[in-house]
Design a binder for this molecule. Structure first.
Ligand SMILES: CC(C)(COP(=O)(O)OP(=O)(O)OC[C@H]1O[C@@H](n2cnc3c(N)ncnc32)[C@H](O)[C@@H]1OP(=O)(O)O)[C@@H](O)C(=O)NCCC(=O)NCCS
Length: 210
């Protein structure tokens, strides 16, 4: 499929993690280990016929298909499968909305609980940020997490994001929670040694000359 969708050939490496765009073949394994706290868009429909976990796995798969089916160089969502020690351990998502004009990327991520708290969250976000600020020419990266999500906020703080306001949302359980917004600009990014392979044929997918 790389001939028709060169993104499948993209590889980012940093320390002990490897990021490559998710493929259809990754869905069963990743959906099976999807953690309960991975989260989903609370606006999406939940089916009464499915348990909460089944709904979340279905929405995870739909999110993968939606990203491919709606990709345009102006607005795109790229889901990276994250490997560590040869095992799939999570997902790092990179998103560019009106990207050629705004040059701003958003992100989200999750890891299986067994590998959390060892710096992998920082490593995969670092790989993503270097790719965004380097190859893609982003000028800012934003993200958000609930004010109680210490691990996600810890990754952002460690990588130099600054507070960018707080909003209130209704979460997936129907509760009102506070969301901390964060922003990192390219001038504050120290850079990281992230070998990137397979990017050249992907350039038009991001609105860049081939
Ligand atoms: C968010 C997530 C990807 C972070 O990955 P991780 O591997 O656990 O995080 P790291 O080990 O890289 O830690 C990053 C920083 O946060 C801190 N941290 C991690 N877990 C923490 C916790 N539970 N409480 C407080 N601080 C924590 C670490 O000390 C580290 O800071 P430091 O480098 O200054 O010491 C992971 O915890 C996860 O999958 N969480 C569930 C899904 C989620 O909430 N995703 C984010 C929503 S978009």
């Amino acid at each position: 499929m790389d001939e028709f969708w060169p993104l499948f050939g993209l590889r980012l490496a940093f320390r002990d993690v490897l990021l490559r765009p998710m493929t259809e073949a990754d869905l069963p394994r990743l959906a099976a280990v999807l953690p309960a706290d991975a989260g989903h868009d609370p606006r999406l429909a939940m089916y009464e016929s499915q348990t909460y976990a089944e709904n979340e796995r279905r929405l995870f798969c739909q999110g993968y298909w939606k990203a491919l089916g709606t990709w345009s160089p102006e607005s795109w969502v790229l889901h990276f499968a994250v490997s560590h020690g040869g095992e799939l351990v999570g997902v790092q998502t990179l998103e560019g909305d009106d990207f050629p004009a705004l040059r701003t990327v958003d992100s989200a991520s999750w890891l299986v609980p067994a590998v959390r708290g060892r710096g992998l969250g920082v490593a995969m976000r670092t790989a993503m940020l270097q790719f965004a600020f380097g190859e893609l020419g982003a000028t800012a990266a934003i993200t958000s997490a609930t004010t109680t999500n210490a691990a996600s906020l810890g990754v952002s703080r460690r990588l130099g994001y600054a507070g960018n306001g707080i909003s209130r949302i209704v979460d997936t359980g129907g509760d009102v929670v506070e969301l901390q917004h964060l922003r990192l600009t390219r001038d504050r990014w120290p850079g990281a040694e992230v070998p990137v392979a397979g990017f050249a044929p992907c350039r038009p997918w991001f609105g860049m000359a081939g």
